[in-house]
Design a protein around this ligand. Structure first.
Ligand SMILES: NC(=O)c1ccc[n+]([C@@H]2O[C@H](COP(=O)([O-])OP(=O)(O)OC[C@H]3O[C@@H](n4cnc5c(N)ncnc54)[C@H](OP(=O)(O)O)[C@@H]3O)[C@@H](O)[C@H]2O)c1
Length: 302
């Protein structure tokens, strides 16, 4: 297969690129940076693009590709959400998606389009069980995910479009987990706020396997929750992390302190939750390697 990954230099995209290349597939990563170096991995090349809503010379790599995976966007947790930063989070995703839409529309042989989204689509939903057909939330991240999905969906009459509603991807090197480890290492770990919020976690290996599988899974169209079948509350997660690290999980991080430190992001990213279930993926026959949080954390922290 020939797979184009927009934003493929990031945490998830680089893992996906490595996995596809290891199986002998050809991967092209679209990056905003100048590309001067030879590929660091066999079967992986980098092409510069400008994700400004328009197409460009880079679009040649789209024509005839098996799939385009869209992971480009300003990092959600990199800095506090000023209104300018919120605009950047939105523009970076919506414009990148529009650029890809244009390139796919012009391609004579159209690739499958697998476009990013997030469980933030559902907003903060307590212990409600959420599937792909649940209604969206109304907060900033929910509106962002909804609008991001809507732009990707604009070309669903031309090709198969699947929307990856990614949960909290667990890995030792990237994503949320490395930020959670220091307090536990110092015997000061514990739940965030009340700890009742659900964490729709997924092991990075399963995220990579799931998205790679979606490329050829004809039934995978529309939203697909990329979460493990067993979401846990933050309190359960903290206990599991304590067990995996052989440390106590007794000291809660008070909600007010998180809000002072992080502002609106504290509620949106740490204190709210989604009990999301991967109904589409499991109905279509995808099988998870990690559906138990203890096994997932043990493999990551081993
Ligand atoms: N990691 C998670 O647990 C998680 C959970 C839910 C949803 N997601 C979503 O999944 C996607 C991929 O996640 P990730 O963790 O791999 O993100 P990441 O490490 O931040 O990578 C995203 C990539 O997007 C590109 N990018 C950054 N800023 C951009 C901008 N202003 N305009 C256009 N492109 C930009 C960058 O590539 P270049 O610098 O090479 O252009 C970067 O490598 C993101 O949209 C993220 O919101 C991730």
């Amino acid at each position: 297969m020939n797979v184009v990954i927009a934003g493929g230099s990031g945490f998830l995209g680089s893992a996906l690129a490595r996995a596809l290349a290891a199986e002998g597939h050809e991967v092209v990563i679209l990056t905003r940076h100048a590309v001067s170096r030879a590929p660091s991995l066999p079967h992986v090349s980098m092409v510069s693009w400008t994700p400004d809503g328009n197409s460009g010379p880079w679009a040649r790599v789209i024509d005839g590709a098996t799939a385009v995976i869209n992971l480009a966007g300003e990092s959600i947790a990199a800095r506090r959400w000023s209104s300018a930063q919120k605009q950047k989070l939105r523009d970076s995703r919506l414009l990148a998606t529009r650029s890809l839409n244009g390139a796919i529309l012009r391609a004579s042989r159209k690739p499958v389009f697998i476009s990013g989204s997030a469980v933030g689509y559902y907003g903060d939903r307590g212990d409600e069980t959420l599937t792909e057909s649940s209604a969206p939330g109304t907060d900033f991240l929910a509106n962002l995910a909804k609008d991001w999905e809507a732009v990707a969906g604009e070309i669903s009459h031309m090709t198969r479009v699947a929307l990856v509603r990614t949960g909290i991807v667990l890995d030792r090197e990237g994503g949320a987990l490395p930020k959670m480890l220091p307090p536990f290492r110092m015997f000061a770990g514990g739940p965030l706020g009340a700890g009742t919020q659900y964490m729709p976690w997924i092991h990075k290996d399963d995220w990579v396997r799931l998205v790679a599988w979606m490329i050829t899974a004809e039934g995978a169209r529309g939203p697909v929750n990329a979460t493990s079948p067993s979401p846990v509350t933050n309190a359960e997660f903290s206990k599991a992390l304590g067990r995996a690290m052989k440390r106590p999980s007794l000291l809660p991080a008070p909600a007010f302190a998180l809000r002072i430190a992080l502002g609106e992001m504290a509620d949106a990213l740490l204190l709210s939750g989604q009990r999301a279930l991967p109904v589409r993926a499991t109905d279509l026959g995808f099988s998870y390697r990690y559906s138990n949080i203890d096994e997932a954390l043990a493999s990551i922290l081993a």
